[in-house]
Design a protein around this ligand. Structure first.
Ligand code: F6R
Length: 615
């Protein structure tokens, strides 16, 4: 969702801000804006509906001088996407400009009070309330910006990452964070960079500070970074080495990030397992399991909380933990869990799965679990994000930044981490024999090679894709470990091609969805060789008998299914529990190629945001 960029230094701010906004485009947005203090000391704000390129076009004839600036991509929550509601927002006098990510819950009350005192609003956003409130406090109390921000934030309820420019202090940006991410980059030349995540900063510096909730930072050119809280107590956040390389932020010759990320998966999973599975490939070591062995091994129950694709990974995790560790598992949509008044025991382990580490609903579910005294374990990708900081411990998936909005490599990274975690706990609990443990660990290390083989289906899938572009609805069927794969395949197609798709347990089809089947509706069946193979063949026949067109994912060497399917996609064999890691690949490719055939912007599907920081 919304993205923040800021720069204060000795170089021109505008190109840095625009490039930063482009790096954040993947988060999803519908308008963009920039504010700079020009060489002549004026505070210029330019905004445009649409893409960053529309903002650039708008700025062409404008004064874009100055070495201090803030910029923003907005994903509309309060008020339609237009240039008035876009950020930055000016204060009433035009002295301040502010950008904001998040939601101010009590903005209406604050706004009414400000209107009563004669302040006029230009936009209908909750964000404008912040800048008007800060300036009102400055003027009414005769105080400077930092103090006014501290007073204002005491009155604000909600989530925010904000950055403010003050025309009277062109060498300073003030920013603050509460439940919305903000990273400060420290330049060698005394400059400061600011962003919602490290991607806009990576090319300028490798030293960053991830602000904590409640932090207010003063970025003053040439001075040390100053961080205080609302009560003006000095904070000491740690300077960290950035974990992002420039190559990870570029398309590297691929037409879309999504395709690059699909093809990166074998390498990503090797990175994910590196240092965790030993060279003999017979043992997994996760430091979180060593440090918190007792909690994990004696868990009474595991509750997995997540959203979207991460929730699908959780469904695979459930099967792994139940079958390998013999621990009962519940998988919950974080958005439902947080409001349902669930029963949580102190000896439950709550596993929160999130690529971005910033998903508002998952964060709220964690908070609830913590309050109930449960041990909370995070499975995250984004280093230093809120979720890893709010969980008791966890494991990073280490697949590198995921830029394509449709999650691909993060999903397989999550499933890999859950597989390693389940194997570790099962080994500690002695719920699987030592030999089986070793065989499974060995097989897990073979998955990246098998994924490479699965990626060879790309050309076949590219040829098949045009057949499906005219479909209005698609059905994805799978059983056991492949049921979540069906859900995930359907979600990928929906997100980027806008074709309606449903994932279903293959056997459930006859309890309703079978009524939909006709020759117009493509049916994708994951029919790899496992315990339920024969049953899935029966399900395929049920589809065929009603005129359905079947595309089946089968295991190499399969000779049966081609008799019943219109198209066969052949995949390497592996253990049933690791099949999702292989079977997801052709479904990701299928969604990708169908969307490309339909001329869709694969990396930036409409209405979606990469990091869902509002509930
Ligand atoms: C789908 C997708 C979303 C996310 C969901 C949770 O491709 O990316 O469904 O999985 O918004 O996001 P995270 O994992 O960041 O918590």
């Amino acid at each position: 969702m919304c993205g923040i960029v800021g720069y204060i230094g000795t170089k021109r701010a505008y190109p840095i801000l625009i490039k930063g906004l482009q790096r954040l485009e993947y988060r999803g947005y519908d308008s963009a804006g920039v504010a700079m203090i020009s060489e002549t000391g004026s505070l210029n704000v330019y905004k445009a509906k649409g893409k960053v390129s529309d903002l650039e076009a708008f700025c062409q004839e404008k004064d874009i001088t100055g070495c201090a600036g803030i910029a923003h991509t907005r994903w509309a929550t309060h008020g339609e996407p237009n240039s008035t509601n876009a950020h930055p927002h000016y204060s009433a006098s035009g002295r301040l400009a502010l950008i904001h990510n998040g939601i101010i819950e009590n903005y209406l009350t604050l706004k009414e009070k400000l209107i009563e005192r004669g302040i006029q609003f230009r936009s209908v956003t909750d964000s404008e309330v912040l800048v008007q409130l800060v300036e009102y406090i400055m003027q009414n109390n005769g105080i400077e910006l930092l103090e006014a921000v501290q007073v204002a934030l005491h009155q604000v309820i909600g989530a925010y990452a904000i950055a403010i420019l003050d025309r009277e202090h062109p060498d300073t940006i003030i920013c603050a964070r509460q439940s919305s991410p903000l990273v400060v980059g420290l330049g060698d030349d005394g400059a400061f960079y600011l962003a919602s995540d490290a991607s806009p900063i990576a090319e300028y510096t490798d030293k960053v500070v991830y602000l904590n909730d409640g932090d207010i930072a003063v970025l003053q050119l040439g001075k040390e970074l100053k961080v205080v809280n609302m009560d003006n107590e000095t904070q000491h956040p740690k300077v960290k080495q950035i974990d992002v390389t420039l190559g990870q932020l570029e398309k590297g010759g691929y037409p879309y990030f999504m395709l690059k990320e699909i093809f990166e998966q074998p390498g990503c999973l090797r990175d994910c397992m590196r240092g965790r599975i030993n060279v003999d490939a017979d043992r997994i070591t996760l430091s979180a399991v060593i440090d918190y062995r007792e909690k994990l091994v004696s868990a009474r129950r595991i509750i997995i909380v997540a959203c979207g694709t991460s929730w699908h990974a959780g469904l695979i995790g459930k099967q792994l933990f139940e079958s390998l560790c013999r621990i009962p598992v519940e998988v919950e949509y974080a958005s439902e869990f947080r409001y349902r008044d669930p029963v949580i025991y102190p000896d439950d382990v709550v596993v929160a799965i999130s690529q971005s580490g910033e998903t508002a609903d998952t964060l709220a579910a964690i908070e609830l679990a913590r309050k109930a005294g449960a041990f909370v374990f995070g499975v995250c990708n984004a280093i230093g994000a809120s979720i890893p900081r709010q969980t008791s411990t966890g494991v990073y998936i280490h697949v590198g930044p995921e830029i394509g909005v449709a999650s691909t490599k993060a999903f397989t990274g999550q499933v890999t981490v859950l597989s390693m975690l389940a194997l570790c706990i099962a080994n500690e609990r002695r719920t699987i024999p030592g030999e089986q443990y070793k065989e499974m660990v060995k097989e897990l290390t073979q998955i990246p090679d098998k994924m490479e083989q699965a990626l060879k289906t790309n050309e076949q899938i590219e040829r098949l894709a045009p057949i499906f572009t005219y479909a209005k609805n698609c059905l994805y069927l799978g059983r056991g470990y492949n049921f979540p794969v069906a859900l995930e395949g359907a979600l990928k197609l929906k997100e980027i091609s806008y074709i309606h798709a449903e994932g279903y347990p293959a056997a459930e089809m006859k309890h309703g969805p079978i009524a939909l089947i006709d020759s117009e509706m493509p049916v994708f069946v994951i029919a790899t060789r496992d315990r339920l193979y024969e049953k899935v063949i029966s399900n395929i026949q049920e589809v065929r008998a009603r005129g359905g067109r079947v595309t089946a994912l089968v295991t190499e060497g399969d000779t049966q299914i081609q008799k019943f399917a219109d198209h066969i996609i052949t995949l390497p064999d592996t253990l049933e529990c690791f099949q999702p890691l292989i079977a997801s690949i052709p479904l990701q490719l299928l969604a990708y190629h169908i969307a490309v055939c339909k001329g869709k912007d694969v990396d930036r599907p409409r209405n979606l945001a990469k990091s869902v920081t509002v509930e």
